[in-house]
Design a protein. Structure first.
Length: 317
C-alpha cells in the first residue's frame, strides 16, 4: 500500500487514498491471495534460470540481468539495499527512495507503465510486484523481455521471500542474508522490550471526514505491526478499512497515529468528533511516514521501530 508519497502529491481525497491502499501495497490485508509464497525451482548456478513467479507464470531468464526496470517501490528499495542499485535502468514514477533514485529514468506507474520508454531503456529484466495489471503484463510481454511479478505473504516472511528471490537473480545472496539477520534481530528486540508492558489503545488513521473514516482492521498487516509494537488496535474487530467516527469515539483511544501529510494532523484534531477524543485532548496524536509500514521493503523494520517508539517511548528512547 504505497500511500504516503501519493498522499503528498495528490489532492487529498478518500477515493484516491483507498486506490493507493489497494493498488500498490503487496501485503496490507493479511491472509489474502498471497497467503503463501509460490513454489519455484531454486535458480541454478549460472543462467538461464526458470522461475515460477507470483502470478504462477514460468519465466525464463536467459542471462544475469544487468539492466533492470523496477515497476514497484519495494523492488527498487530491495535492489538498493542489496547494493545492486546500479542495475536499475528504469524505475516506476512511484519509486522515491533512496535519495537520488529520481535520477533514474521514469518508466511510468504500476498501473500505467510507459511501454515505449521501457523499450527504449533496453532492459534484460522487468520486475513488478502485487496488483500489477494483467493488461500491462500482456503489453510488456510483447517487448520480448522477461517480466517477473514478485510478492510474498502479508508478513515479514513475505518480505524475506521477496528479498531472497531478487537476490538470487542478481547474485546478492550474502547481502540478503545480512539484511534478514539484522531485521530478525531488530524484530526480536522490539518484541522483547514490549513484552509484559501495558498495551495502550491505538487508532490508526488513514482518512476521515465527510467522505468516510478509514483505518486498518484486524485482518491487515498494519494491525499486525501495531500488535507487534505493543499496542491494542481499537479497530481489531474490523475486517478491512471502512470505519466511523462514532466507533472511534466509542473506542476513545489513548493514542492516535496518522500520516505525516502537511496539515493532516491539524485538520484531524480540529474535526468534529475527533477533537473531543482523549488522545487529542492530551496531545497524543503522532504522525508517521507511512512508506515505512506499507511497502514490502527493507525499511519495514524501521517502521516497526518507529511505531514501537511512539507507543512505548518509555523503553524506546
Amino acid at each position: 500500500m504505497h500511500s504516503c508519497r501519493l498522499f503528498k502529491s495528490w489532492p487529498f481525497r478518500p477515493a484516491l487514498v483507498l486506490a493507493a491502499l489497494f493498488l500498490v501495497s503487496p501485503f496490507l490485508i493479511a491472509g489474502g491471495a498471497s497467503e503463501k509464497p509460490p513454489l519455484d525451482d531454486p535458480p541454478a548456478a549460472g543462467f538461464p534460470v526458470s522461475v515460477l513467479d507470483s502470478f504462477d507464470r514460468r519465466v525464463t531468464i536467459s542471462r544475469e540481468p544487468k539492466r533492470i526496470v523496477s515497476l514497484a517501490p519495494n523492488i527498487t528499495e530491495i535492489l538498493f539495499a542489496l547494493g545492486e542499485g546500479e542495475r536499475l535502468a528504469g524505475r516506476s514514477s512511484w519509486c522515491d527512495y533512496p535519495p537520488g533514485v529520481e535520477d533514474i529514468p521514469d518508466a511510468g506507474s504500476l498501473m500505467e507503465p510507459n511501454i515505449e520508454k521501457i523499450a527504449s531503456l533496453r532492459p534484460d529484466l522487468i520486475i513488478a510486484s502485487a496488483h500489477f495489471q494483467r493488461g500491462s503484463l500482456d503489453k510488456l510481454d510483447r517487448l520480448g523481455v522477461p517480466v517477473l511479478i514478485l510478492f510474498g505473504p502479508e508478513n515479514f516472511d513475505g518480505l524475506f521471500y521477496t528479498i531472497d528471490k531478487v537476490a538470487e537473480l542478481v547474485d546478492a545472496e550474502a547481502a540478503a542474508s545480512r539484511i534478514e539477520t539484522d531485521m530478525r534481530r531488530r524484530i526480536e528486540a522490539v518484541q522483547m522490550k514490549t513484552a509484559g508492558l501495558a498495551r495502550p489503545k491505538v487508532y490508526y488513521v488513514i482518512d476521515f471526514g465527510a467522505s468516510g473514516d478509514y483505518t486498518a482492521g484486524g485482518n491487515t498487516f498494519i494491525h499486525q505491526l501495531l500488535t507487534m509494537s505493543g499496542a491494542r488496535n481499537i479497530a481489531e474487530d474490523l475486517k478491512g478499512w471502512a470505519y466511523s467516527v462514532e466507533m472511534v469515539i466509542q473506542g476513545d483511544p489513548d493514542l492516535i497515529i496518522c500520516p505525516d501529510i502537511p496539515g493532516f494532523k491539524e485538520r484531524l484534531t480540529a474535526s468534529p468528533g475527533y477533537r473531543s477524543l482523549k488522545a487529542v485532548r492530551k496531545d497524543r496524536v503522532f504522525q508517521i511516514d507511512v512508506d515505512l509500514i506499507d511497502r514490502q521493503g527493507p525499511r519495514l523494520i524501521d517502521g516497526l521501530e518507529v511505531l514501537a517508539g511512539i507507543i512505548h517511548p518509555e523503553v524506546f528512547r
